[in-house]
Structure formats: C-alpha cells, structure tokens
Write a new protein. Sequence first.
Length: 218
Amino acid sequence: MVIAIDGPAGVGKSTLSRQIAEKTGFLYLNSGNFYRAVTYLVLQEGIDPSDTKRVVSLAENLEFNIKEGDLFVNGENVEEFLHNDSVDASVAQLSSIVPLRRIVNKAIHKISESLDIIVEGRDMTTVVFPDADLKIFLDASVETRARRRFEQGVSRMTLEEIKKAIEKRDEIDRNKKEGSLKISSDALYLDTSDLTIEQVCEKVIGTLRIIKNSTQEK
C-alpha cells in the first residue's frame, strides 16, 4: 500500500509522514532527502550545481538505501548533512533537472517494492505514484511555513530571509519542466495553517481507515 503526500516547502510533510509511519508501521520515504543528498555530494565534490551533465553523472553512480529511517548513499549515512543553508540554497535548482528526477524516482520505486510505504515530496501523487492508495496535498500560508522553519532553529537566516527563500522555492517548484508542484484532482487537500500536526494526523489516519474498510468490503 502506498500513501503519497505532496505540498510546498516547509508545510510539515516530513513531520506528518513520520507520525503516520509510527502509527501504521509503514516505511517512511522522504523524496526530498534524495535530492538533498545529491546536492550535498555535488557541493562536496566542488561541482557547479548548474553543470547538469556532471550532476547527472555523479547521481548515476549513487546507490540509495534506507536503514532504520536514515538515508544512506553508497553506504554512508548522510542524514546530518541534508538540512543546512548551503544545501537549502541549491536543492531546488538540482531537483528541477529532469534526468536527475528520473534517477531519484527509479531509486524510490526500487526501495518501495513489496512494502507498505508513505512517501512525500512535490510530485509523488502526480508523477511518481499516480496510482497511490491514498493521495494527500498539504498546504499552508508562506507566513506559517516561514515561521515554522524559523522556530526549528536550524537556519541562520532571519524570518524575512526564510520567507523570501520559501517564496523563491515555491516559484521554482511550480515551474519545473517535469515533476512540478500540482494538486492531484483526487488528492485529499489539507490546509495546515491553523491545524496542529496531531489534528492533521487524525484526519489522514481517519481517511486511511475508510479506504481500508472499503477495500475489505469489496
């Protein structure tokens, strides 16, 4: 069974996915972390993020695995390197590279074979898993997302700088040649601006129960 979640940056997809995974026993996959891992390695290698050929060449030789919830690339746990300002500044640019998106999508599909998974990103419900059993689109105002990011304390930017960075990221995500941010027509739309993560989780779990019951009755 596949639960696919889409939504803009900073909306709470990762937090929600982890909670649902804990409650259901599903394997949680954060598609954005795959792109962050590639971005981190590109920067480590001194590759210009705009050099598409070198970026794709590097990505083609990476092996992705999930172990105890952490992302490993070529046997190295890269979790601690994925959320810093330098990666944040370049990940949107890299994730818009079409050949790279296909490499990442292939890796995600490989990991998801024969498993119950919950996966989140920008195009999970529209491109990667268009036949997912449950599709969800999370949304929230830019102001709410910026504040949440600022309160995490992982960025050195001011609240206003974070807001501008999110707006820039949204613009890139909505205009990608492939895998752009869109709301699937059959997705459950949830605006989380005024909801706690627990309230959102309850709504999703409730919908999941309805789907399971409906499937069992057939």
